[in-house]
Design a protein around this ligand. Structure first.
Ligand code: KIV
Length: 277
């Protein structure tokens, strides 16, 4: 069922069942008001660890903590009634062992009300994904450009070109086999994204991938033009809210300095206006 027709949030199995159907729509969110704006339009909303860069001014996602994800997860959950919420597992909260991953995933779900968690990694994380899924934690996987690994990937480069394509396909097959209900494909060549989408039984969610993926995701502040520090090629700006906000703030500053704000309609009289007879 499409997001606009739905009254309640889909379950991970509903998302999985959309393989090959109407494309899944998703965005990131970090706050209640933004979650409210997207609730009727998105199938799922991701509380991404991009929150660290987008809202907290961090240089990468590596400094994001469990506490940040829980705080933002709780805020987003208050704004959703029709979209499923997925929360990112932050760097160093799951890589050590399946048991560590379970402890932190269970905490994220219990304290935020998330319907699923997302974690980065393919073949290397397959055992952990299977461990979580077997214990009631639905997992969305994330392969290709995995920003938590920038120090080993050597930056935010396109992944899976040339000989690396087969490794990326193996990653996708491993996470599907391990029980992930969907997989994010970030910054991979279009033909490879289409190949992966055709090869695995779970939905692929593209970001810098292909329109042929089973769904798409973008960082909301990127597509609204609120985050302007840089713009990846794969981002389409649907609005320029950052520019509009700055212009509004500049107008406010001018009016305050010129004593044009507050105007008569913004201030209070000493006595109540006479009641109409
Ligand atoms: O953290 C995030 O926002 C993400 C998306 C880019 C998929 O993982």
């Amino acid at each position: 069922m499409s997001a606009t027709a739905r009254k309640t949030a889909p379950l991970p199995d509903d998302i999985r069942a959309r393989k090959g159907g109407e494309p899944l729509v998703s965005l990131t969110a970090y706050t209640t008001p933004m979650a409210q704006l997207m609730d009727a339009h998105c199938d799922f909303v991701l509380v991404g660890d991009s929150v660290g860069m987008v809202l907290h001014g961090l240089e990468s996602t590596l400094g994001v903590t469990m506490e940040m994800m829980i705080l933002h997860g709780q805020a987003v959950k208050r704004g959703l009634s029709r979209a499923m919420m997925v929360v990112d597992m932050p760097f160093a909260s799951y890589e050590e062992s399946p048991a560590q991953a379970y402890r932190n995933a269970a905490r994220l779900m219990a304290e935020t009300g998330a319907g699923a968690v997302k974690l980065e990694g393919g073949v290397a994380m397959a055992e952990t994904i299977a461990f979580l899924v077997a214990r009631g934690v639905p997992v969305m996987a994330h392969i290709g450009l995995t920003p938590q690994s920038i120090n080993t990937l050597g930056g935010y480069k396109v992944q899976g070109r040339g000989a690396a394509a087969d490794r990326l396909l193996a990653d996708a097959e491993a996470v599907a086999e391990a029980g992930a209900f969907a997989v994010v494909l970030e910054k991979v060549p279009e033909t490879l994204a289409d190949r992966v989408t055709g090869a695995i039984p779970i939905p692929t969610i593209g970001i810098g991938a292909s329109a042929g993926c089973d769904g798409q995701i973008l960082v909301v502040d990127d597509m609204l033009g609120l985050f302007t520090a840089f713009k990846p090629k794969f981002v389409k700006r649907y609005a320029t809210l950052g520019e509009q906000a700055e212009a509004a703030i500049a107008d406010y500053a001018t009016e305050v300095r010129e004593r044009r704000f507050p105007a008569p309609e913004h201030v209070f009289a000493d006595t109540l206006p006479e009641q109409k007879k």
